[in-house]
Design a protein around this ligand. Structure first.
Ligand code: IDP
Ligand code: MG
Length: 161
């Protein structure tokens, strides 16, 4: 049996979640943080940034050939973003489910996008789509001193310790 949270396989998985400028403008930060907290994930980093264009172009490198890429970068640079790193078992996959489909028209009610957005160009939130992608994105958005290792006393109620 496990005695510490860090001994549970996969429990140290991390993902990058970001409330995009439309989500910040619409004052949705609190509700979004609440969803990840109440699910049981552990917040290990959080900051508000006006993301530099260089960071955004690296973040969305895979989409650079898409027709919507220039407007995507303008949108992401239009105001502050709240970037967070959440940790927990299966957090990458579970948070994609919590965030919902990229296109809000396909996002189920109960998901962030399904509850708070209508159009693909203003879909409120970012979530990494793979464990590898998450590691890459976390390194882009945070330096290691901004990520905290801490013991969540409540984790006996989240995992079998
Ligand atoms: P994801 O955010 O669900 O991972 P991606 O395909 O990685 O979706 O696209 C990144 C972001 O680019 C989307 O969240 C959305 O803001 C924007 N985007 C994707 N497809 C379109 C589109 O067809 N029109 C406008 N914006 C788009
Ligand atoms: Mg993506």
């Amino acid at each position: 049996f496990y005695t510490t949270t860090s001994a549970i396989p996969g429990v140290r998985e991390r993902t990058l979640i970001a409330v995009k400028p439309d989500g910040v403008q619409r004052r949705l930060v609190g509700q979004i943080v609440q969803r990840f907290e109440q699910r049981g994930f552990k917040l290990v980093g959080l900051k508000m940034v006006k993301a530099p264009e260089e960071l955004l172009s690296q973040h969305y490198h895979d989409l650079r050939k898409k027709p919507f890429y220039p407007s995507l970068l303008r949108y992401m640079h239009s105001g502050p973003v709240v970037a967070m790193v959440w940790e927990g078992h299966n957090v990458v996959r579970t948070s994609r489910l919590m965030v919902g489909d990229t296109n809000p028209a396909e996002a189920l009610p109960g998901t962030v996008r399904g509850d708070f957005s209508i159009h693909i160009s203003r879909n409120v939130i970012h979530a990494s789509d793979s464990v590898q992608g998450a590691q890459r994105e976390i390194q882009l958005w945070f330096n290691c001193t901004e990520l905290l290792d801490w013991d969540c006393c409540d984790h006996r109620n989240t995992y079998q310790l």
